[in-house]
Design a protein around this ligand. Structure first.
Ligand code: F6P
Length: 362
């Protein structure tokens, strides 16, 4: 009997836990009698010259603990379906058709697309072009709707917390203000969770525009009450109430796309000017995406991988795996990419942070 084939690819920015998903997909699929083809560099591997590798138990053995992705990935290229702050962009018809031809030519039954908001939007366009897709939500930013969490987020927070632990000691010794810029794009989850766990004094997130005067007054009060240092965590997408999001000046490789960054530097300079206290800033950048996944992300990634194969078995195409109430289920991808999931400014987590004296600068 002809063995059924499925494809799998990793797309968008890399994220700790991707290899655990691949391990889950390949193991569960092989057990169910599927052959698995892994496409290289995201959706790009579907285009001529088509690039893929057959994945079996040997190729995915002992990879779950490793960061990055054995298949490679890209958040650029010809399949960009969302730009800027989530503006939809249509992938050219001929690109979608080429990808479909590869899918049909290789006799694939389904394609598992592991990616964030943009990559999942791409998968929907492929689904509409006639490819059976199943999605796996991936992002360190934790900003995908319809799932309580994504793998990679916990690893990113661990990096923030580890950095804060180190920065507290030097800030305190030098009686300085330390500003730590985190990733997250237009959502403040990494800054909020990382800041809470890492004993930040001030947390600035995109969802709560801030005032420099409030932060400066807060830091001065700390000094007067005998606290030598102040730790500020700022999300890359945070901005002053009367100001814009900071972007990096280099030319974007995708038209309409911007690279966020620079707010940590601005906050450190402005607060030093207003308080007279020496300030430094640190940009954590891709350290948050690199390295090996935490235990939690390895488990969530594995569960997502197995869940994706279950969705294929149930013919739930156009769906993605989701994590709700400690269980893995499936939701329509369209529901998950309708908009990004941001921090509710009046939500319990922000309230908890306020209760323990954290300042949001508002
Ligand atoms: O979406 C994940 C993310 O890490 C964001 O937090 C960050 O703004 C962006 O990707 C950075 O992407 P790049 O790899 O293009 O620098």
């Amino acid at each position: 009997m002809h063995q059924k084939r499925i494809g799998v690819l990793t797309s968008g920015g890399d994220c700790p836990g991707l290899n655990a998903v691949l391990h889950g997909v390949v193991s569960a699929a092989t057990t169910r009698g599927f052959e698995v083809l892994g496409f290289f560099d995201g959706y790009e591997g579907l285009l001529n010259p088509v690039r893929y590798q057959r994945l079996d138990a040997v190729s995915v053995a002992h990879i779950s603990h490793l960061g990055g992705t054995i298949l490679g990935t890209t958040n650029r290229g010809r399949f960009v379906a969302k730009v800027g702050a989530g503006k939809k962009s249509l992938i050219p018809r001929e690109i979608l058709q080429q990808a479909r031809e590869t899918y049909l030519g290789l006799g694939l039954h389904a394609l598992v697309c592991i990616g964030g908001d943009g990559s999942l939007s791409t998968s929907l366009q492929l689904q509409q072009a006639g490819v059976n897709v199943v999605g796996v939500p991936k992002t360190i930013d934790n900003d995908i709707l319809a799932t309580a969490s994504t793998f990679g987020f916990d690893s990113a927070i661990s990096c923030v917390v580890d950095s804060l632990d180190r920065l507290h000691t030097t800030a305190r010794s030098h009686k300085r203000i330390m500003v730590v810029e985190t990733m997250g794009r237009h959502a403040g989850w990494i800054a909020l969770h990382g800041g809470l766990a890492g004993a930040a004094d001030v947390i600035l997130i995109p969802e709560i525009p801030f005032h420099f005067s409030r932060i400066a007054d807060f830091a001065k009060e700390r000094t007067s009450s005998g606290l030598p240092s102040t730790m500020i965590v700022v999300a890359e997408g945070a901005h002053p109430a009367k100001g814009r999001i900071s972007t990096l000046k280099n030319t974007p490789q995708v038209p309409g796309e911007v690279r966020l960054g620079g707010i940590g530097d601005s906050v450190a300079r402005e607060i030093e000017k207003r308080t007279g206290q020496e300030s430094r800033h640190v940009v954590l950048g891709h350290l948050q995406r690199g390295g090996n996944p935490t235990a939690l992300d390895r488990i969530l990634g594995t569960r997502f991988g197995v869940g994706a194969v279950e969705l294929i078995t149930k013919k739930k195409f156009g769906h993605m795996v989701s994590y709700q109430n400690y269980e893995i289920g499936g939701v329509p991808i369209a529901q998950a990419v309708a908009r990004i999931r941001t921090v509710p400014p009046k939500g319990q987590l922000v309230q908890t942070a306020r209760e323990i004296g954290i300042c949001f600068g508002d």
